[in-house]
Design a protein around this ligand. Structure first.
Ligand code: ZN
Length: 402
């Protein structure tokens, strides 16, 4: 009965819920890490006001989770990970949500260990891989936010650039290359809660990149993607090989579609691939005009993802059509020549807005996703770099109309 593309407003009028909607308020916060300084700034998107600023031990890579409760700051060089409460709570009351806003705060309880890099969250379980020891610490988000940090450690046979992913009651963990642990991992093992291996090694040479979409986890390997689903007793693991029509290459960074099941991966410097396990054409390549700097999926307008390229352009990518639909100049060029760790733009999606950091200008560009136009800039001291957005809408807490 409902048209798939009906707007929220149309639906509201159709179902006679307009008065309830009128009371809804929306809040989006940006958490932005400086490129060089150990500081994270929390900003209100609407007003541009700073709502919090947190001093860390080292420059951070940031992760937000679907709970909207936490932002993780992985400080690789400082050998620790911090958690920041977002101050945003959307309570699910079934027929509506209640939105509560508080000040964000840094939980004074960092998780320490040698060289943390990849962090993966699933259903409130957070797995942080410490490359320097080749082990993962598994932490419960709810506990950590409440000031209880009781990590469970799962080790591998050698320090390596690895990853661990919680899936159901199991943990998928990378297997180091025994001949040369400084090389990429050669596969994954599935562990149970006691850390016991379930089944054997699943080959995945040159493992780098993982993402989840719906009930499916994908891990990128040299020859294709491991597609992993939770099962009755243990997760199932299957290789989806790259099609022979594809040019030589592989994905090393994956994103998972939200609200629509797909994966988006890099494929060479100036291409991305839209991946749909089980589809007739599981890999569709999209060429970019220049090299890719960063990309993000849109969790609300689910058929779109965004890519920023080194010429300073932001592209809207239609996942269904597999094509770039709109392009907007957002920054000066940021060449991909030189170290990968140089300050370059990063993208996040904050409800109706696409936000793009411009570290050399010291601003965040706010782009209206619907009109695909630059709305305004928010100035941030230093070099705003890694960014995540957290937000939602609901009735202001305390205003019940049951
Ligand atoms: Zn990595």
């Amino acid at each position: 009965m409902q048209k798939p593309l009906a707007t929220g407003l149309t639906l509201a009028l159709m179902t006679g819920m307009a008065p309830a909607l009128a009371e809804e308020s929306t809040a989006w916060r940006l958490f932005v890490a400086d490129h060089t300084d150990p500081v994270v700034t929390a900003l209100d998107v609407e007003s541009g006001a700073t709502v919090g600023q947190f001093q860390l031990a080292g420059p951070a890579t940031l992760y937000a989770t679907p709970s909207r409760a936490a932002v993780y700051a992985v400080q690789t060089a400082a050998n620790q990970v911090a958690v920041i409460t977002t101050g945003i709570t959307v309570e699910d009351h079934g027929d509506h949500g209640d939105l509560k806003l508080e000040k964000p705060s840094l939980v004074d309880l960092p998780l320490t260990g040698e060289r943390p890099v990849h962090l993966v969250e699933h259903d409130g379980h957070v797995a942080i891989f410490f490359d320097g020891v080749g082990a993962t610490q598994l932490v419960e988000e709810r506990d950590w936010l409440a000031g209880r940090l009781e990590p469970h450690e799962y080790s591998t046979s050698a320090p390596h650039h690895g990853v661990a992913v919680p899936i159901g009651s199991h943990l998928v963990i990378s297997e180091p290359n025994a001949a040369d642990p400084s090389a990429l991992p050669i596969g994954v093992r599935v562990l149970d809660q006691d850390g016991q291996a379930v089944g054997g090694l699943h080959d995945c040479p040159d493992l780098h990149g993982e993402a989840s979409s719906g009930d499916t986890l994908a891990i990128a390997c040299a020859a294709g993607l491991l597609v992993i689903k939770d099962g009755d007793k243990a997760p199932s693991v299957e290789l989806l090989p790259y099609s022979s029509e594809l040019p030589a290459g592989k994905s090393t960074t994956l994103l998972g579609g939200v609200g629509m099941q797909y994966f988006l991966g890099n494929y060479g410097a100036d291409k991305v691939t839209i991946i749909e396990p089980g589809a007739g054409t599981p890999f569709r390549l999209v060429s970019l005009p220049t090299r890719r700097v960063h990309f993000a999926v849109d969790p609300q307008r689910v058929r779109f993802a965004y890519v920023v390229t080194e010429d300073g352009d932001l592209h809207e990518l239609d996942i269904i059509d597999g094509a770039i639909t709109r392009t907007l100049k957002v920054t000066d060029p940021y060449s991909m020549d030189g170290e990968w760790s140089l300050p370059r733009p990063r993208i996040a999606v904050a409800g109706p807005d696409i936000v793009v950091t411009d570290p050399l200008k010291g601003v965040i560009h706010i782009v209206d996703a619907e009109g695909f136009e630059l709305e305004r800039d928010i100035a941030v001291e230093g070099r705003p770099f890694n960014i995540v957005a957290v937000g939602g809408s609901g009735e202001p807490a305390g205003h019940h109309h049951h």
